[in-house]
Design a protein around this ligand. Structure first.
Ligand code: BGC
Length: 920
């Protein structure tokens, strides 16, 4: 090597060293930055005291967080060093989720930028994360200069066979002129009803039926759109369609509850910042014009949409349209009784597209089979003749003779009509309604054409959340069950949690929500969905503390039900446990207390007389009643104790010691009274019907003294045995089965119940063709056809509650501490399964657990996310060899063997991926 080349190599090496050592000062930046309940860079955000969460990257150098720093500023340029809103400074803490903002007060419209850095377990700093942002919406009624506007639309009419109030959809527009160039534009908008907005002929968004469904007499959610790219200098036009929706349409068992006299309206405010920094504002007011002579003649959630293409109004949202024949709208001041607040979760969107799998022609009609029961609308591409009307019907199933089964829609017409204005292929989808269906029937198309699959596509619509869990196994029917659970979720998370999506209900039944909520959290990122609906629950609580049957309370009958109203204690607690966010407890604490107080007033000597729907739809009830055989008083008392206990736990988590003592004592008093009143000294039910659900409630809610507990378990097993090892549980008992049998050590029996093929069981409905969870274990059977009861939904998520156990115990992923800071990986393999795996997005990142059994060998592959630890437990013949990542197991800095029993190994593991193999 000559001198010159050695000089170059030394220099090169020095630069390389500098680079490497410089690199070594940092570890990779954090990812997945989130504000509050799971929002990523939201626009029109609701929260002025947000929380911040982030995830550490999955890299070898990062196991845990030692410290963090968050900086928040009013402009991107100020970050990271000149944060003018908040600098948390370096905080020694391993907390990386839900850190409360503690900076300057934030205001409506404000755009806020933030980023975060952390220090890893070795105190090595990360680089600053990417800059994220949120922009607040209009937070208060006094931010609104606009007025509610609309035409008077109330007509008496008939829908189907029912007399009803009809509100014709309205078309509202306004032209305006700008002399300057626009730098940015925000449209703040909402409706009493549901709307669709366009500017200069272009759709503003693909939201479905915004703003969604809240207790409209208390609060209406507003939506913010960035419309900077749609507005020009010079002439502009804004046009809004508004239909009845949940606000003015038929809902519940009423004509129109929220407002039978008030026509749908919109309110909107277009706020413009011009290039020279000046501001302009265009508002909804009396200068707008409107018509009801548009193509959408009628749109009702239950009944469907009627569209007449002859009445289309070409280019009505553009500047070229002349609205001289339109009427001036009526304008109304906003009133402060109804709060206008930014939407707290995401709008509904078309999320999945389903192709038609089969078409058959029957009696001049064509039936399209999507082979999946779904919720949303059809996208149609159908040849038609001018003047003909296409009739579009829906069904969840066909009768054995191939005809449409629509009895279970009850009074919901669920039928769309489209009248063609010319010959040719019509492309259309309804806009302000939705249907629950697997089959679509078309009649009235161009009879010279033969129907083909591409005429109908299913657009699956639900609130815009991501799915964040997967579960799969070696058993086809168990996988079908998981699929049915997920489709039940997709079908019933239409802005609010609904009981069912197809018949004349689609309401926020509190009991159904209580039962399915925990499973929903595994399958989808629904924290903000629940947090938002719980706000509606709080707003709907009666003055006496009662929680209505449905939320929003469209029945308004002042009635309550045990096990239904308890949604207000159960769901916040479950969310807290899954997320680790105490704010959900803080927000709901007063409501919990109010509900427990209501329980108290419904009880005498702690024994409840609340009543309600009881163990709803229990199969084979001896009394023949939908409410099942379990004593109503026993159920009421059990939920009284349970809600008192959850309120005590909440008080404890919030550091309210005195309250904790009060509610814990109350729980004990109720539990004692319960045990005395309903159980004899041996732990057997006395004086009331002995049912599986009575024992399940007593054991799951921990209501019996130890002495009675062991026997009660035996009596429960006897009851199950008496039923030929089948469940006899309805809505309230079913979710408790797995939990109780598991804790009792009866995993074999729980597997037996889960894999039962005969009635009543989960697989029974699958054997009858179910592609979603049904309302009844036997909503349909091949032998007997459709269940004749008039409540017979084929998309009713409640019995899908078993999903929680599938994730937590079959795959074996469960939190050991709130928010999965400490995780349990403890799969429970059992026949007939020989493999199962699940993944779940915890607040810290993805955790996976995947096991299989082959040749008497048990193999677990698991990934533990950064900034958590896990206790892993695997079944094993512990006298035989144990392998870690293919080699004989030895403790190392990442994983240690902490416990060995005759048939299991237990480990403490740091973040990382491990493959453990034991003899089984
Ligand atoms: C709903 C249920 C609900 C029940 C109350 C039904 O009509 O569909 O799921 O919980 O009423 O009994």
């Amino acid at each position: 090597m000559n001198l010159k080349s050695s000089f170059y190599s030394v220099t090169f090496l020095t630069i390389l060293c500098l680079f490497v050592s410089c690199k070594e000062q940092y570890v990779s930046k954090s990812e997945v930055l989130i504000v509050s309940e799971g929002f990523k860079n939201p626009l029109g955000f609701y929260d002025v005291t947000p929380t911040f969460s982030w995830q550490l990257p999955v890299v070898d150098a990062v196991k845990n967080q030692k410290a963090y720093q968050i900086v928040v500023a009013s402009s991107e340029a100020l970050l990271p060093n000149n944060a003018d809103l908040w600098d948390s400074n370096k905080q020694e803490s391993s907390q990386s989720t839900f850190i409360q903002y503690a900076g300057k007060a934030l205001n409506s419209r404000q755009k806020v930028y933030w980023q975060v850095k952390y220090w890893n377990q070795d105190n090595v700093a990360s680089e600053w994360s990417a800059i994220n942002s949120f922009e607040l919406g209009l937070l208060n009624n006094n931010d609104w200069q606009a007025k509610w506007i609309g035409l008077p639309t109330k007509e008496e009419g008939v829908i189907g066979s029912q007399e009803n109030i009809i509100h014709r959809p309205q078309y509202l527009r306004k032209g305006f002129e700008l002399t300057k160039n626009v730098a940015s534009a925000r449209l703040y908008i909402t409706a009493k009803g549901v709307f669709d907005v366009a500017i200069n002929g272009q759709d503003v968004s693909d939201d479905v039926m915004p703003p969604g469904y809240t207790p409209y007499k208390k609060r209406i959610e507003t939506i913010t759109y960035d419309v900077s790219n749609l507005i020009n200098s010079g002439k502009n036009t804004i046009g809004v369609e508004v239909a009845a929706g949940w606000h003015s349409g038929r809902l519940g068992w009423m004509k129109s509850f929220w407002s039978d006299t008030e026509s749908p309206k919109i309110i909107c405010q277009l706020e413009l910042t011009m290039e020279d920094g000046s501001k302009e504002i265009i508002v909804s007011d009396a200068s707008w014009k409107g018509t009801t002579n548009g193509p959408i003649r009628l749109s009702e959630i239950y009944d469907g949409e009627t569209y007449d293409a002859n009445l289309e109004i070409p280019a009505w949202t553009t500047n070229t349209f002349d609205d001289k024949n339109w009427k001036p709208v009526n304008a109304f001041d906003i009133i402060n009784d109804i709060k206008l607040e930014p939407k707290r979760h995401t709008t509904v969107k078309s999320k999945i597209t389903l192709e038609t799998k089969e078409v058959v022609e029957k009696d001049g009609a064509a039936i399209f089979d999507l082979q999946q029961n779904m919720v949303g609308v059809p996208l149609l591409k159908v040849p038609m003749k001018k003047g003909e009307t296409l009739k579009i019907r829906f069904a969840e199933m066909l009768s054995p003779d191939g005809t449409f089964y629509t009895d279970n829609y009850r009074s919901a017409q669920s039928t769309d009509y489209y009248t063609a204005s010319e010959d040719g292929v019509v492309e259309w989808m309804p806009k302000f309604t939705f249907h629950g269906f697997r089959y679509v029937e078309l009649s009235g198309f161009d009879a010279s054409k033969s129907p083909s699959k591409d005429w109908v596509t299913g657009l699956v619509q639900y609130s815009d959340f991501e799915e964040n869990g997967t579960f799969t196994s070696s058993h086809e029917k168990l996988n079908q069950l998981q699929s049915n659970i997920v489709w039940g979720l997709r079908g019933n998370f239409f802005d609010i949690p609904t009981d069912c999506p197809q018949r004349d209900e689609r309401m926020g039944w509190t009991g159904d929500a209580q039962v399915f909520g925990p499973t929903a959290m595994f399958n989808a990122n629904v924290y903000k969905f629940w947090a938002s609906w719980l706000q509606s629950v709080r707003e709907s609580q009666y003055d006496n503390g009662g929680i209505p049957w449905v939320v929003p309370d469209v029945l308004y009958n002042n009635k309550v039900s045990a096990g239904w109203g308890d949604v207000c204690t159960i769901i916040p607690w479950k969310i807290y446990y899954r997320t680790g966010d105490k704010r959900i407890l803080e927000e709901n604490y007063e409501t919990m207390k109010g509900w427990v107080a209501y329980h108290e007033t419904s009880s005498k000597d702690f024994i409840s007389s609340m009543g309600g729907f009881a163990d709803w739809l229990q199969p084979l009830p001896a009394n023949g009643d939908n409410k099942g055989d379990t004593s109503h008083s026993l159920i009421g008392t059990a939920f009284f104790a349970h809600s008192a206990k959850l309120t005590a736990q909440t008080a404890q988590a919030l550091g309210k010691t005195e309250d904790y003592n009060t509610y814990n004592q109350l729980y004990k008093n109720v539990a004692n009274a319960f045990a005395e009143k309903f159980f004899d000294e041996k732990g057997k039910i006395k004086d009331v019907a002995e049912t599986q659900t009575s024992y399940l409630l007593a054991l799951a809610f921990d209501l019996l003294p130890e002495a009675k507990q062991a026997n009660a378990k035996q009596y429960l097993l006897e009851k199950i045995n008496e039923a030929d090892n089948h469940l006899r549980t309805g809505f309230l008992g079913t979710p408790l089965l797995s939990e109780v049998l598991d804790e009792t050590g009866e995993i074999d029996l729980m597997y037996k119940l889960l894999f039962n093929e005969t009635y009543p069981s989960w697989f029974y409905s699958i054997n009858q063709g179910a592609t979603t969870i049904w309302e009844r274990w036997n909503s349909y059977s091949k032998e007997e056809g459709f269940n004749p009861m008039n409540m017979n939904s084929l998309n009713h998520y409640a019995y899908g509650a078993i999903g929680e156990w599938m994730y937590e115990r079959i795959a074996g992923i469960a939190p050991l501490e709130p928010g999965y800071k400490k995780i349990s990986i403890a799969p429970q393999p059992n026949a007939p399964l020989n493999a199962a795996s699940a993944s779940y997005e915890t607040p810290y990142g993805k955790v996976t657990s995947s096991w299989k059994i082959e040749n008497n060998t048990f193999q677990l592959e698991t990934t533990i996310p950064p900034n958590t630890t896990a206790v892993i437990s695997i079944p094993a013949n512990t006298s035989e060899a144990l392998l870690l990542n293919g080699e004989t197991f030895k403790d190392n800095e990442h994983i240690k063997l902490t416990k060995t029993t005759a048939n299991s190994f237990e480990f403490l593991a740091q973040p990382g991926t491990y493959i453990l193999v034991s003899k089984f």
